[in-house]
Design a protein around this ligand. Sequence first.
Ligand code: NAD
Ligand code: MG
Length: 399
Amino acid sequence: MTVARHLTILGSTGSVGISTLDVVARHSDRFYVAALTANYSIDKMLEQCLRFKPQYAVMLDKTSAEKLKNKICAAGINTEVLSGVESLEKVASLPEVDIVMAAIVGAAGIRPTFAAAQAGKYVLLANKETLVMAGHIFMDVVKKNNATLLPIDSEHNAIFQSLPRNFTGDYSTSGVRRVLLTASGGPFRQTSIAKLNDVTPKQACAHPNWVMGQKISVDSATMMNKGLEIIEAHWLFNAAPKQIQVVIHPQSVIHSMVEYVDGSVLAQLGNPDMRTPIAHALAYPERIECGVTPLDIFKIARLDFEMPNFTKFPCLGLAYTALETGGSAPAILNAANEVAVESFLKSKIPFTAIPSMIKQVMQVIEQKEIFTLDDVLEADSLARKAAYELLDTLSQKES
Ligand code: NAD
Ligand code: MG
């Protein structure tokens, strides 16, 4: 009999969190849900607690935790309800936990994700912002603590699957030449630059192939998602910026590719469904069924590829610049992007102001070397402050 592996899901009420629980529910003999976490969504969390009966449920927000506690008590289940960032860190590093799914959105995910790596867990990384903000520090923590890092982002999971097993990041001896990072192009691939100024949050969140949380959906529309993924690929696979080629592939069937020196190009294909990379990482190195519809290549019939458009999507160029600048630049890029996306979602700025806001924040905030997680968090908060000030100036100009 195999012992069920204990799992903490950070951000269990989100899109990736829900897909993770869907896979886990199909394999209750393999996985035991030890802890679930969320921000405010009490009802979804209660529903998940009733179904999976975790040992812990953490709500970041204290008031939400109190309300959840009452409901859990009334339901008579044995789940301990906690709150605050320290509790997120606690459940990410519980001694009995083997696997941590890091699926909180944005910079808020960084501290618990670090805690999981520090505790030497299997870290299933969906929260790309951790690598964007603190790439080398996070990779060092993973190495030092013998943690295992498995990418959940579909492109990085595809690259991981297409690289030689146990790839160490050495391009000269492994025969790997570069990675081809695919992108759907988002909902505005065919929209003219002139029309981009007027697109609405609803249009931006209507991704053609993937159903995802709001923030990553807007990132896909601006192509900042691909920008963040370039930085993510750099850290995960030790790829220099020029070894990462973005390829627009509107069908989202090839999830990314690896090019070798002998001319081979290996790719991972599948229907666009996050349960595939999630199942791959949960059971690694085994394979498990996860409810994904098999790919019908006859129905797909054709696959298209285009070069990315850096003029229409300036976020791509901003991300390459941040990666090449290094230090705190990617953390500044990420923070400014989070504020800009949130402002766009609240209809405070137009879509096209997202890249210009990020560019201005990157110009205003001095880039520094980073040595610790605190250095990263300081850069993050300075950039957020600058972005909010810029937002104030913009709204004063308007009124
Ligand atoms: P989502 O918005 O659907 O869910 C986010 C989760 O994080 C929720 O459970 C929410 O309660 C929690 N959360 C939000 N703010 C928090 C905070 N301040 N503190 C603690 N918890 C908080 O997001 P998502 O689409 O599932 O994305 C999660 C992460 O996975 C992101 O980093 C995203 O880039 C990455 N990712 C998502 C997809 C996808 O298909 N959705 C694909 C690839 C990568
Ligand atoms: Mg992705």
